[in-house]
Design a binder for this molecule. Structure first.
Ligand SMILES: [Zn+2]
Length: 167
C-alpha cells in the first residue's frame, strides 16, 4: 500500500506532505511514539520541542512521519482522540499537512514564535488556554483538542458554538 504521506522540505525545515488526497474527516495517520513524562530531562533539550502532550504530565515523542508535522495557525489537519491525525478540509496531493500545536498544549512551559505566515497568524505558539475564545470554540467543536484539555471546558451553548471553562 502506498504511504499516505511523505517527508520533504517545507518553508521552515522538513515537513509532512500528502501523498494522496484526503477528504474532510479522513484519517491521515496515527501518532505513535515513545512515552515521556513531565519530569524527563528531554524537555530541556532541543529535541523536547518535538514532544506532543497527551495528558497533564504525559507526552509522546512521535515517530516519523509525525515528528515532522509543522504547526499552522490555520491548519488543514487536527488530532482526534489524542492520536489520530485527521484532515479538516480537502487536502490535495503535494500539500503540506499541518496542525495547530496549541490543541495539544496546556503546560505553562513552552512557547515558540510562529512563522506560519497565515493571515490570522497569532505570532506565538502557546497553551490552549491562551488562544482567543473563538479559536478555542472552533477546535473544541471539531473535536481536535487533546482529551485532557477539552475536559476542562464545557459546552454551554452548542447552537452558538460557545464554550466556557469549568470553574
Ligand atoms: Zn502562525
Amino acid at each position: 500500500m502506498k504511504n499516505n504521506v511523505f517527508i520533504s522540505e517545507s518553508k521552515i525545515g522538513k515537513g509532512v506532505f500528502a501523498n494522496k488526497s484526503f477528504n474532510p474527516g479522513e484519517q491521515i495517520f496515527k501518532l505513535k511514539g515513545k512515552k515521556f513524562r513531565w519530569e524527563d530531562p528531554i524537555h530541556y533539550t532541543d529535541f523536547g520541542a518535538n514532544l506532543i502532550q497527551t495528558g497533564y504530565k504525559t507526552y509522546i515523542m512521535p515517530d516519523a512521519p509525525g515528528v515532522y508535522l509543522n504547526h499552522s495557525c490555520n491548519p488543514n489537519a487536527g488530532i482526534y482522540k489524542n492520536r489520530k491525525l485527521v484532515a479538516l478540509e480537502k487536502i490535495k496531493i503535494g500539500e503540506e499537512i499541518t496542525f495547530d500545536y496549541s490543541t495539544t498544549m496546556q503546560e505553562n512551559f513552552w512557547t515558540l514564535d510562529c512563522m506560519c505566515n497565515e493571515i490570522k497568524c497569532r505570532k506565538k505558539i502557546q497553551d490552549f488556554r491562551q488562544l482567543p475564545k473563538e479559536v478555542q470554540s472552533k477546535y473544541l467543536l471539531l473535536n481536535i483538542v487533546q482529551g485532557f484539555i477539552a475536559a476542562g471546558y464545557k459546552k454551554v451553548n452548542l447552537l452558538h458554538g460557545k464554550f466556557e471553562r469549568n470553574s
